[in-house]
Design a protein around this ligand. Structure first.
Ligand SMILES: C[S@@+](CC[C@H](N)C(=O)[O-])C[C@H]1O[C@@H](n2cnc3c(N)ncnc32)[C@H](O)[C@@H]1O
Length: 212
């Protein structure tokens, strides 16, 4: 059975996390092992989510599937702070028409995730990069899950606003910091087109994303 044939259920969150742990295992994605390996290092900061449980670090596969199934107009999706690239596997299996790029700052996660994506035959890419120091990659849809410090997220939201002046932008926001910043300071995303709210994430669209 394909590991990405996970149950597409609205099971309790703990069950979705447990199922995702098994999917990681079946994909040969050694998330627990890599996290344990890098947890001993104190040169990189907690804003990279080092030292936290994998279940807190990563979005469950089933939830990623739910968000992608709501993004019917998407063509190219960028995961900003992509961890091990779980989104790339869901896209390869269930939404192959989508182009995927994941940007992740922690090299060990990128190496582990890229190798597993290649073994799975996924065409999406996971690349190493620091979002605070690089231009925003081009896409129509972005996934933003509290990836770093508040100022880092603010910089990304400013970059997205600049992009939205020319292109329609859809942002899937996950986590308290991201959602609160979008709703308090980025009315171009949350105040024009009514957002769609789900338990752990919200979908925000710039006006042009609805009326291109
Ligand atoms: C909460 S995790 C989310 C992972 C993935 N998007 C998911 O939902 O499963 C946030 C990720 O962002 C990464 N990150 C933090 N700061 C970053 C930066 N400046 N540039 C790129 N990635 C960053 C962290 O290392 C971490 O893996």
């Amino acid at each position: 059975m394909d590991p990405l044939d996970f149950a597409l259920s609205d099971a309790p969150y703990a069950q979705q996390q447990e199922e995702s742990r098994r999917v990681d295992e079946l994909l040969g994605l050694r998330t627990q092992e890599v996290e344990a390996l890098i947890a001993g290092e104190d040169t990189r900061e907690r804003r990279y989510w080092i030292g936290l449980p994998v279940s807190a670090l990563l979005t469950p596969y089933s939830e990623i599937h739910l968000m992608l199934s709501r993004l019917l107009q998407a063509r190219r999706v960028v995961d900003l702070g992509a961890g091990y690239g779980r989104m790339g596997f869901v896209i390869a299996k269930h939404f192959p028409h989508l182009d995927f790029l994941g940007i992740e700052v922690v090299e060990e996660r990128v190496n582990e995730g890229s190798a597993a994506l290649a073994r799975y035959g996924a065409s999406g890419r996971l690349v190493q990069g620091d979002l605070t120091k690089m231009p925003l990659p081009e896409a129509d849809t972005y996934f933003l899950y509290d990836y770093g410090s508040q100022s880092a997220i603010e910089k990304t939201l400013d970059d997205l606003r600049t992009r939205s002046l020319h292109e329609a932008v859809t942002v899937v926001g996950r986590g308290g910091a991201t959602r609160s910043l979008i709703e308090k300071k980025h009315l171009w995303l949350s105040g024009v087109v009514e957002p769609e709210h789900f338990r752990n994430f919200s979908i925000y669209r710039s006006a042009a994303a609805v009326h291109p």
